[in-house]
Design a protein around this ligand. Structure first.
Ligand code: ZN
Length: 381
């Protein structure tokens, strides 16, 4: 009797020990997800140690979309890590989550067929994001890929969403009773549409008349259209009457925390309409949504656009001030899943620039410059 009781207690103890060992071992020896990157049309996932096993299945969804599921066995997702903010033209969404204590699940939704040719080696798992593409990450075939990339990009019809700033009850900046930003932006946007269509791009407008469109709806629209580029057209204004003569120049902004005073002021002005209703993310939330990759691409696009705008305008209108390509926190760019820029076409309040912005030929050249900049960016992509 005594002996039996002792045995039972020992048994319990053993179970307790086993449970403790199991829980510590999963955290001590688990393979942690470290980071993800998109390179050469592949999603590359990096882990802290060697990947042992990956299983895969796919589920057909609505609208020709397929859900691809990859399970990485023995892997865990540390707190605060994720891949859901990547963007790639063939992919609707990326997700990564802990499916069970010992299984990490990656879900990709895409219209591409058969993204099943994934491979893993050592600490890296590679998933190709274009159908029929073999995994290149483990091989040295960069030359072949750039040729392939060029061929596919020349065949693809790129989509551009043009956003004419403001509209309807939101008139934007104004000056001298006759100059209204919402009119300037629509006029430049319509000209830009023509130029881009002439280059063979598919163009969509967030508004093509004098209507009010909420800021979040603008990028939402671009995401829905699966646009490759989002460009928002605006005109700037000096902070007060006294400074009308000193504030001038063309500026291009991309979404990123603002660095300069002027960038902060411009963002504040354009954001004003945002706070009419309870609409969107909180400030902290949205900053965490910007991926590094999108910032870099938007910056590149901005540089191409500003240089072509200046080249075109300077050829006929003399010295036009280069306000530069700057980071700022514009609400209208938040949530865009593609490279996105905001063009300030000049200061409506400046005596010369304001007059220029009323000039049809000036706006024609502005549009031509933006279109050429977009073209250059897409050709080098
Ligand atoms: Zn504006």
């Amino acid at each position: 009797m005594e002996n039996n009781i002792l045995k039972k207690t020992e048994y319990k103890y053993l179970i307790l020990l086993l449970i403790t060992f199991f829980t510590t071992s999963t955290t001590l020896f688990a393979n942690s997800f470290e980071k993800s990157k998109i390179r050469q049309a592949e999603l590359r996932l990096y882990f802290s140690s060697k990947i042992e096993r990956v299983t895969y299945f796919s589920i057909p969804m609505k609208n020709g979309i397929t859900k691809y599921v990859y399970d990485i066995h023995g892997a865990i997702l540390p707190k605060g890590k994720g891949i859901s903010h990547h963007t790639f033209r063939t992919v609707e969404s990326f997700k990564i989550a802990q499916n069970s204590p010992s299984k990490l699940r990656v879900i990709i939704q895409s219209k591409e067929k058969a993204l099943d040719k994934h491979e893993f080696k050592g600490k890296m798992l590679i998933i190709p994001l274009i159908a029929g593409r073999y995994v290149v990450g483990f091989k040295d075939s960069s030359k072949k890929i750039s040729r392939e990339k060029r061929n596919s990009s020349s065949l693809k019809q790129y989509k551009v969403v043009i956003d004419a700033g403001h509209g309807g009850k939101d008139i934007g900046a104004s000056c001298c009773s006759d100059k209204i930003e919402k009119k300037v932006t629509l006029s430049v946007a319509l000209k830009l549409k023509k130029k881009l269509e002439a280059k063979g791009y598919k163009v969509y407008m967030t508004r093509d008349g004098d209507s009010f469109v909420k800021l979040p709806k603008r990028t939402e629209f671009a995401n829905k259209k699966e646009a490759d580029i989002f460009v928002s057209i605006h005109a700037n204004a000096a902070p007060n009457k006294k400074q009308r003569n000193s504030f001038k120049g063309i500026e291009v902004y991309y979404l990123s925390p603002a660095k300069t005073k002027r960038a902060k002021d411009a963002a504040e002005k354009e954001n004003a309409v945002m706070f009419e209703g309870k609409d969107f993310y909180t400030k902290n939330e949205y900053l965490s949504l910007i991926s590094r990759e999108k910032i870099v691409e938007s910056h590149k696009l901005g540089l191409d656009v500003i240089s072509k705008m200046l080249k075109n305008l300077r050829s006929h209108f003399g010295s036009i001030e280069n306000g530069g390509v700057k980071p700022a926190n514009f609400w209208v760019l938040v949530g865009a899943q593609m490279p996105a820029i905001l063009v300030e076409t000049g200061y409506i309040t400046h005596p010369i620039e304001g007059k220029n912005l009323m000039n049809n030929y000036y706006k024609e050249l502005l549009a031509k410059g933006i279109a050429e900049g977009i073209e250059r960016y897409l050709k080098n992509k």
